[in-house]
Design a binder for this molecule. Structure first.
Ligand code: AMP
Ligand code: GLY
Length: 434
């Protein structure tokens, strides 16, 4: 790779890709960043190219035309479709797992097989690939039960069912009505685990790995962890304060066996591995793997990274991650997602957004745009479910949370919706309200 003036493409169009592009643009070795397709919010630090994330031929063509030095494949769909393989075959450096390794995310039943083979602690599960068997199981299983679509479903294909009627309804919705298309052709029934959740993200070159600070997502739509699952409504970092023995357990019982098994299968996992954990009374258990940065975990974690992101991504693709030492700010970070009213169900688009400049003037605040567009008059409008990711960093988590909500207060659009309890017990606003 050239030493200077690198051209880097970030594949994707949401807040996560905005954060990756912004961080990469800060690298002294990066000449230009192109986000494909990107959104209106990245234009201050990157260019955009109108190529859909699932248009594999189009993405390869774009990388060739631009003579890209690195393509960062950020979202789940192109990873599951094998964009990394196509880029590598075309001689283009790509960051992100190959299709066979991305199955850790794109097939929950495959992930369960890996966990079983590697002896990784996880929820007990039963896999069903036909409607009659799934209905029978839902009639007789222990309650509560978690019903999951096997394939990709934007984080929304998981139903925590307290009653038999709910379990049957989930089966009907996923398998009979195909609410998430083919993703629901196979279902998993899982034992319902209890405990705080924690996201552990790590960079890996397939063999070596480097942990990022742990984060905590808030997946349910409403305050108090109620309502349907979403792609994520907010994140805090650190998401938990774990002791060194607890970290050792996570590394030795979960992360290292996962990477080792993928190597043994000759499908090493190279990229960012997302390990979703539940910290149960019996110890940490894996709820899911994702084959990529979380969204909005990425937006929350990256502002704390001090090492050049390009150096890290290159080292992962070159198998030399052990040669660099990552350094992180000793600070905390909070992201509050501002969504369109109605998300994750149906919502309106095209509402004008104001107040971004005032929000970003606040100390430590960055607003990443996710579902935005410019209208014909050049006004910034809403164009998706999750619209803005409002991130604040501060030395202390309570201050980061307070500052993120101050920024949210400065931003306006019709029917804006956000959770008020991001950070849970660490949220000073909740303490003040009591
Ligand atoms: P997943 O897409 O598999 O991460 O599931 C989305 C969310 O559903 C998780 O973040 C958890 O909050 C919840 N969940 C998933 N599996 C379980 C489980 N076995 N027990 C309890 N909650 C779960
Ligand atoms: N925030 C959860 C995810 O990206 O899957």
């Amino acid at each position: 790779m050239k030493a200077l003036n690198n051209t880097v493409i970030v594949v994707g169009g949401g807040g996560r890709e905005a954060a990756l592009a912004r961080q990469l643009a800060q690298s002294p070795r990066v000449g230009q960043v192109i986000v494909a397709p990107g959104n209106a919010g990245v234009l201050g630090f990157a260019k955009t190219a109108p190529v859909a994330v699932t248009d594999l031929a189009g993405q390869v063509r774009l990388a060739r035309d631009l003579q890209a030095d690195l393509v960062v494949v950020a979202p789940d769909d192109p990873l599951a479709l094998g964009l990394t393989d196509r880029l590598l075959e075309a001689g283009i450096m790509a960051f992100g797992p190959r299709q066979a390794a991305a199955r850790l995310e794109s097939s929950k039943s495959f992930a369960k097989t890996v966990m079983r083979e590697a002896g990784i602690p996880t929820a007990r599960s039963v896999i069903c690939d036909n409607l009659a068997a799934a209905r029978d199981y839902a009639q007789t299983c222990d309650l509560p039960v978690v019903v999951k679509a096997d394939g990709l479903a934007l984080g929304k294909g998981v139903f925590i069912c307290q009653t038999r009627a709910e379990a049957l309804e989930a089966v009907t919705s996923l398998m009979d009505l195909h609410a998430f298309g083919q993703a629901g052709n196979t279902l998993l029934f899982e034992e319902c685990l209890n405990g705080p959740e924690l996201t552990v993200l790590l960079f890996t070159d397939g063999v070596h790995y480097a942990l990022m600070p742990p984060s905590r997502d808030h997946k349910r739509a409403q305050d108090g962890d109620r309502g349907p699952n979403t792609g994520g409504m907010g994140v805090v970092v650190p998401g938990a304060r774990l002791s060194e023995p607890e970290w050792q357990l996570i590394r030795q019982q979960i992360i290292e066996p996962t990477l080792k098994l993928m190597q043994d299968r000759r499908t090493p996992f190279c990229g960012v591995l997302y390990v979703g954990l539940m910290l149960t009374q019996q110890g940490p258990k894996v709820i899911e793997y994702n084959a990529r940065f979380g969204d909005p975990e990425c937006q929350t974690v990256l502002p704390l990274l001090q090492t050049d992101l390009l150096d890290i991504l290159e080292a992962c693709t070159a198998g030399t991650l052990d040669e660099i030492e990552l350094s992180w700010k000793a600070a905390a970070s909070c992201c509050v997602v501002m969504a369109s009213g109605g998300y994750p169900g149906s919502y309106q688009k095209g509402r004008e957004i104001s107040g971004l400049e005032a929000a970003e003037r606040l100390s430590g605040v960055t607003v990443y745009q996710a579902g935005t567009a410019l209208d014909y008059q050049g006004r910034l409008i809403t164009a998706g479910g999750r619209v803005l990711d409002v991130v604040a960093t501060a030395p202390d988590l309570a201050d980061a949370i307070r500052q993120a909500y101050k920024a949210v207060d400065a931003i306006h659009f019709d029917q804006a919706y956000y959770r008020r309890d991001i950070g849970g017990s660490d949220n000073p606003l909740l303490k003040e309200a009591r």
